[in-house]
Design a protein around this ligand. Structure first.
Ligand code: SAM
Length: 309
């Protein structure tokens, strides 16, 4: 009924003015979603969508906008089907009752885990050509600690591990902490098994050294070599919660994670990252992220690479 009213108002506005401004476009999206809902298995009302957005914000820091409505529907309707529920309100009641198992499934379903080996290659070039040789030259203690925060299914920490193995002398104590909110991604990272197409962009030399190809019916799968796996520790960690580790890290990768957070959450998070780094240590963020008006603890070196002041 409420949706009918919106559609009615919307059509009247278009007919009256013939215009489509940006507010109207947003409303149109809502309306379109409402129409689509009618053809879907479940109805996602504005009220339920609002509750989902609040719960996601509280649990993950992720801000969902109206534009994500279809995505939310798609991902959560699978949970409703799996649980044999008929309405989003029943699903929300289950989450609100504190069902921890389902709350984990819920957050796993909401996170966006897009990643790749050597994604944003300039960061890895800077590492191997500049930062890692500099660390080896200047550090008296042969110890290196790296954090991949929001590591998704592990391609980022494995790319880091290749760079470290290729550049840092063998007698150094080297460890990468790889954390993510999504427990399924952490499990996948721990396994270190991927479909072969994921490593297609790697050089022949890297494939030879670091990637084991499956055989027989596993021929389309690859596994990261034990030399990489043994220096990475995969852990489930919500960046919004307390962190059990003390640091300091020599550098942190937190790329394409905060893009989903609001500015206040970003401010708090980067202040906490600063607390995990010593002066002159580096922070790498995603290509569409920036610390402008978010943190004064870091100076920009270029290409989303920052140094702690
Ligand atoms: C788009 S992926 C980025 C993966 C990798 N860093 C990269 O750039 O390729 C974003 C990751 O951030 C994780 N994430 C989102 N909110 C989080 C939170 N509150 N705590 C920890 N990880 C979170 C998601 O689960 C997801 O795997």
């Amino acid at each position: 009924m409420q949706n009918d009213l919106v559609i009615g108002r919307q059509q009247a506005f278009v007919t009256r003015t013939g215009l489509r401004n940006s507010t109207q476009r947003n409303e149109t999206d809502v309306t379109t979603a409402a129409i689509r809902n009618e053809r879907k298995d479940f109805v996602l009302t504005d009220k339920d969508f609002g509750k989902i957005c609040r719960l996601v914000g509280e649990r993950t820091g992720i801000v969902l906008s109206e534009a994500k409505r279809d995505m939310v529907y798609g991902r959560l309707s699978r949970r409703l089907r799996a649980l044999g529920l008929r309405q989003f309100s029943d699903y929300l009641a289950q989450l609100e009752s504190g069902d921890e198992t389902e709350l984990v499934e819920f957050t796993n379903a909401i996170t966006t885990n897009l990643t790749a080996f050597f994604r944003e290659p300039h960061h890895f070039e800077f590492l191997t050509r500049t930062l890692l040789p500099e660390i080896v030259r200047s550090k008296s203690r042969k110890r290196l600690r790296v954090w991949s925060a929001g590591c998704s299914s592990g391609e980022e920490p494995y790319s880091l591990a290749m760079c470290l193995r290729e550049t840092i002398p063998a007698d150094w104590d080297v460890k990468i902490l790889a954390t993510d909110l999504d427990s399924n991604m952490v499990a996948k990272g721990k396994q270190g098994i991927y479909t072969a197409d994921r490593v297609e962009g790697l050089s022949k030399e890297r494939l030879r050294r670091w990637v084991k190809r499956g055989r027989g019916d596993k021929a389309d799968m690859v596994r990261m070599s034990p030399a990489l796996r043994e220096i990475i520790s995969f852990k489930q960690l919500n960046l919004m919660h307390d962190w059990p580790m003390q640091g300091p890290f020599d550098f942190i990768f937190c790329r394409n994670v905060v893009i989903y957070f609001n500015k206040d959450t970003q401010r708090e998070l980067f202040s906490r990252f600063a607390g995990m780094l010593e002066s002159d240590s580096h922070l790498f963020i995603g290509h569409s992220e920036s610390l402008y008006r978010v943190s004064v603890d870091f100076e920009l070196l270029g290409q989303t690479i920052y140094r702690k002041k």
